[in-house]
Write a protein that binds this ligand. Structure first.
Ligand SMILES: C[S@@+](CC[C@H](N)C(=O)[O-])C[C@H]1O[C@@H](n2cnc3c(N)ncnc32)[C@H](O)[C@@H]1O
Length: 220
């Protein structure tokens, strides 16, 4: 597997998440995990597991978790941070998940789906690996439509990359800003999720619509 953008920013990834979100990212992931309501009998795929911050919340509820990611460096951080035998890690791309059809009871994906540029193709694979009745919960950035859109855009495009340059890769954080602006609106993402076959996509805005949670279920 070749080097990815995330392989260059793994070292300071957690620190910059806390810094840029004023620690709100911890609460956002907690909300996502709460919406999945994991329990001991569940097997959950934490897609784009990164350094494992969502996975640790799911593991805390006793569910078994498979953390899957494209970046070997991010996975290495996750492995270092979370030493729990019921957290298993696998590397690869969402477009061909190495799991049998109908494997998972639940799926979380925090700030990952935006990076999967062929969204419909990614959602098809997600649909395939879910059990009937299985639930998916996606957490993702969005461009707010309210009065904070302009200052938020300035923060994303100017402030964040400048600060990131002091600790990490400026270009990776510039990509973050551009990818948030270019990503589907929450309504479009819901349509794509339902178009895949999931039922009743529900979207919940957090923080003035800077972040959204999307939830849906694979029909029984
Ligand atoms: C912004 S990070 C999010 C990490 C973690 N979920 C979190 O909340 O901090 C996005 C992650 O998506 C992964 N990723 C990007 N494209 C992917 C793909 N095609 N398949 C699997 N993972 C992918 C990256 O390697 C990266 O670790």
């Amino acid at each position: 597997m070749g080097k990815t953008l995330f392989d260059g920013i793994d070292e300071r990834y957690d620190f910059l998440n806390r810094l840029f979100s004023a620690c709100l990212d911890i609460w956002w992931r907690r909300r996502m995990v709460g919406k999945l309501a994991p329990s001991k009998d569940m097997l959950v795929l934490d897609l784009a597991t990164g350094t494992g911050d969502s996975a640790s919340g799911i593991l805390g509820k006793g569910a078994r978790v498979v953390g899957f990611d494209l970046s070997l460096n991010m996975l290495a951080r996750a492995k270092q941070k979370i030493r729990n035998p019921i957290y298993q890690l696998a590397a690869g791309t969402v477009y061909s998940l190495p799991f049998r059809t109908g494997t998972f009871d639940g799926l979380t994906c925090a700030f990952g789906i935006r990076n999967m540029h062929e969204t419909a193709k990614a959602l098809d694979e997600i649909f395939r690996v879910m059990k009937k009745g299985g639930r998916i919960v996606l957490l993702e950035f969005s461009m707010p439509r309210s009065f904070i859109r302009v200052p938020y855009s300035f923060y994303l495009k100017r402030v964040m990359p400048a600060i990131a340059a002091m600790f990490s890769e400026r270009d990776a954080y510039l990509y973050l800003a551009e990818s948030i602006e270019a990503f589907h609106s929450p309504e479009e993402l819901c349509r794509l999720i339902e178009g895949t076959g999931f039922t009743v996509c529900k979207k919940t805005p957090l923080c003035f619509g800077n972040v959204y949670i999307h939830e849906a279920t694979k029909p029984v």
